[in-house]
Design a protein around this ligand. Structure first.
Ligand code: PEP
Ligand code: MG
Length: 503
């Protein structure tokens, strides 16, 4: 129950101060946080300081609401919108907004934060990054969520810290037992286990820790299968911030830079994009950097760019949208042409379905290059490759024999082949990249590409899944691109695959 308002001026002042204090709390936390947590806290601080977030709260205060009521309603509305987003990345940001909402409310009402005892298993609908960071995970513990998402910030933190976490546990049991085991390898929860089960669990955990240590030792070595076949391993990033603590020596380059994160707060201008691309190219030195043109649309809404669609995954996404709005696309193209003059930059087009889309993009690149040349601005024409993530391309790759390279997007390819949404835990079992239908398609794409000497790689999450990696290598793939945190484990999984033919 909210208190009565004290008049718009005092309420607005209280909210302004509440936001400012919360932002400085986040700044202080970020300053003392480790390299995984700091960017996340800075991200929350930037969101909090964006006037767009609080605009409707100040309007409600003008209309007579108290600071707490106005702030809660404004944030709840946005949280609901984010949660409803079909794209996992956007839906996952709902927990950040929830976190921001609660932090400001705590400041406004002067209430203390909840404490999590060490070793606790947290259960509920979802948890916020602040709740995660406030807990002491050094003595074990885990997370079990009814909702949640594998693409959330909490999931990224949990992965990085080795905290077992389950999401999409629809019928979460009451966890009143004294001992609860969370097995993130098997996706299982054990309530009140007997001594033998606890012992078995401890043994498995110790074995898992040994595997991690061994994997870390592999990080700096080039990947080879058990029979010595080299496999290139690149990294997937969202922007230069992801590289802050990474040594380029651990990978063969950047296999996918997803540029839509630059568009998270609206349309970025050419200079902002150029600066981000150049930083990544400089980090990589001579190693290749594949920058993907913006894959906005439907599932990844960008205000001022995308529109509402009834079936967004099958709508105007990726290259379809970029070509439909060339004014916006051209700013990115210019930034890419300029960045290509500064490093080993290659450009990849997402959601390509028709050869005319590749040709249309190539024409725009050529046109912008001419204009940059006329203005004596340094630039270079990058090699233009395509994502193979629409079944039409995987079935008829011969229509793309002029592409500079292929990169298989197994996340989307799997969802389109299996007709199972990539971000819906209810159909997660169907979204299976190891299904023979998906693997045989991948195999035929690789065979075609190898026959035409078109470099081919895979940059979807399947490339980081130790259960799928053997299928991918046997399908002929010799290049993968994975999240940096998975890199050592991926090299280890590759090292366990025997590729030579059994006589
Ligand atoms: C994919 O679809 O596999 C992919 C790498 O692209 P994204 O996950 O960004 O859609
Ligand atoms: Mg994709």
């Amino acid at each position: 129950v909210h208190r009565k308002a004290n008049g718009p001026d005092r309420e607005a002042k209280a909210l302004r101060e509440g936001i400012a204090r919360s932002a400085s709390e986040l700044r202080a936390l970020a300053a003392s946080a480790d390299q995984e947590a700091a960017p996340l806290l800075e991200f929350q601080q930037a969101m909090l300081e964006d006037d767009a977030l609080s605009g409707s709260a100040f309007e409600a205060i003008e209309g007579g609401a108290s600071a707490e009521a106005a702030w809660t309603d404004a944030l709840d509305e946005q949280i609901a919108q984010y949660r409803a987003a079909e794209d996992a990345y956007f839906a996952a940001r709902a927990a950040d907004l929830q976190d921001i909402r609660d932090r400001v409310l705590r400041v406004l009402t002067g209430s203390p934060a909840n404490e999590t005892p060490p070793g606790a298993i947290l259960g509920g609908d979802d948890i916020t990054p602040s709740q995660f960071l406030a807990a002491d995970w050094s003595r074990g513990g885990g997370i079990v969520l009814r909702q949640g998402s594998a693409a959330s910030h909490v999931a990224m933190l949990a992965r990085a810290r080795g905290v077992p976490m389950l999401v999409g546990v629809r019928d979460l049991p009451m966890m009143a037992a004294n001992t609860v085991l969370v097995d993130a390898d098997e996706g299982a929860i054990v309530l009140g286990p007997d001594d033998a089960t606890v012992l078995q669990f401890r043994t498995r955990r110790a074995a898992g820790a040994a595997v991690e240590l061994e994997a870390a030792g592999l990080a700096y070595r080039p990947a080879h299968s058990a029979d010595g076949t080299p496999v290139a391993v690149h990294i997937n990033i969202a922007g230069p911030d992801d590289l802050a603590s990474l040594d380029p020596a651990i990978c063969d380059g950047v296999g996918l830079m997803r540029t839509e994160f630059l568009y998270a707060h609206g349309l970025p201008d050419e200079e902002t994009q150029f600066a981000a691309y150049r930083k990544v190219a400089c980090w990589a030195g001579d190693k290749p950097v594949v920058i993907r043109t913006v894959d906005a649309g439907g599932d990844k809404p960008v205000p001022g760019f995308t529109s509402d669609e009834t079936n967004p995954f099958l709508g105007q996404r990726g290259i379809r949208l970029a070509l439909a709005k060339p004014g916006i696309f051209r700013a990115q193209i210019r930034a890419l042409l300029r960045a290509a003059a500064e490093g080993n930059v290659h450009v990849m087009l997402p959601m390509v379905t028709l050869a005319s889309e590749l040709a249309g993009a190539a024409d725009l690149f050529a046109d912008e290059a001419r204009q940059l040349a006329a203005a004596s601005i340094p630039h270079r024409m990058p090699r233009l490759g395509i994502m193979v993530e629409v079944p039409a391309v995987a079935v008829a790759p011969q229509l793309f024999d002029h592409a500079a390279f292929f990169s298989i997007g197994s996340n989307d390819l799997t969802q389109y082949v299996m007709a199972a949404s990539r971000d819906n835990s209810a159909v997660a079992a169907l979204h299976d990249a190891a299904h023979p239908a998906v693997i045989s398609l991948i195999e035929s794409v690789v065979r075609f590409a190898n026959g035409r000497q078109i470099p081919v790689s895979l940059c979807g999450d399947a490339g980081a899944d130790p259960n799928v990696i053997p299928h991918l290598l046997r399908a002929g793939l010799r290049s993968l691109s994975v999240a940096p945190a998975q890199l050592a484990r991926v090299k280890q999984a590759i090292a366990a695959v025997r590729l030579e033919k059994v006589p």
